[in-house]
Write a protein that binds this ligand. Structure first.
Ligand SMILES: CC(C)(COP(=O)(O)OP(=O)(O)OC[C@H]1O[C@@H](n2cnc3c(N)ncnc32)[C@H](O)[C@@H]1OP(=O)(O)O)[C@@H](O)C(=O)NCCC(=O)NCCS
Length: 171
């Protein structure tokens, strides 16, 4: 029998994430102007399945993002880390409230990627810590995200920052 792939919803206290994260690499706030190259990097690193099954699907998703259907990106909680010569090390993208899918009433991380050549250097953990600090300063208390159940590196990353599972949905 083929096992149904699941997406795991996780949540953490922002204070825990900020306290557990290493010092972040230097970074700048993200914006919707970053969406195009972030989608290209996502296309390179994610498996060819929903929501990256086809480039058309990615463009449709981006159109929904630009139309505000996924909520408002929080620039200070969407840090982008680059090298001095402008290569992307990694980024986090966070939405204030996603008005879809009955998600928890807190900011929601929609994307976390470290470029393959910069992995295991604490970049994703550091950027998530920087995002958490920015959200805490904004008066937020918690943060949520969704991760595929067959993505052990990401699950390990989130658990290392204090995220715990709050539910599962079919992928
Ligand atoms: C998941 C991902 C973002 C991690 O980025 P990273 O910058 O390499 O992660 P960090 O170096 O900050 O890792 C912090 C901790 O997370 C855990 N972790 C990260 N990658 C891991 C791996 N491949 N195996 C086991 N644990 C891992 C470890 O606990 C690590 O701490 P340690 O290195 O001291 O052991 C990166 O692998 C990636 O971009 N993957 C493809 C995109 C993706 O799946 N994003 C998540 C979508 S939900």
């Amino acid at each position: 029998m083929v096992q149904q792939r699941m997406r795991i919803r996780m949540q953490a206290s922002l204070a825990d994430v900020a306290a557990s994260a290493p010092t972040p690499p230097s970074h700048r706030p993200g914006s919707m102007d970053d969406l195009e190259w972030q989608s290209e990097l996502a296309w390179e690193v994610y498996p060819r399945r929903h929501p990256f099954a086809s480039w058309e699907a990615v463009e449709a998703l981006n159109a929904e993002m630009r139309a505000g259907e996924w909520g408002e990106l929080v620039p200070e909680a969407s840090p982008v880390a680059e090298t001095d010569d402008g290569r992307v090390r990694g980024f986090v993208a966070t939405i204030r409230r996603v008005p879809k899918f009955d998600l928890p009433d807190c900011p929601y991380v929609i994307n976390v990627i470290t470029a393959p050549e910069f992995r295991r250097q604490g970049i994703a953990a550091g950027l998530l810590g920087a995002a958490a600090a920015a959200l805490l300063a904004d008066g937020e208390i918690e943060i949520a995200l969704t991760v595929d159940d067959d993505n052990p590196s990401a699950i390990a990353l989130y658990e290392s920052l204090g995220f715990t599972e709050i539910g599962r949905v079919p992928a």
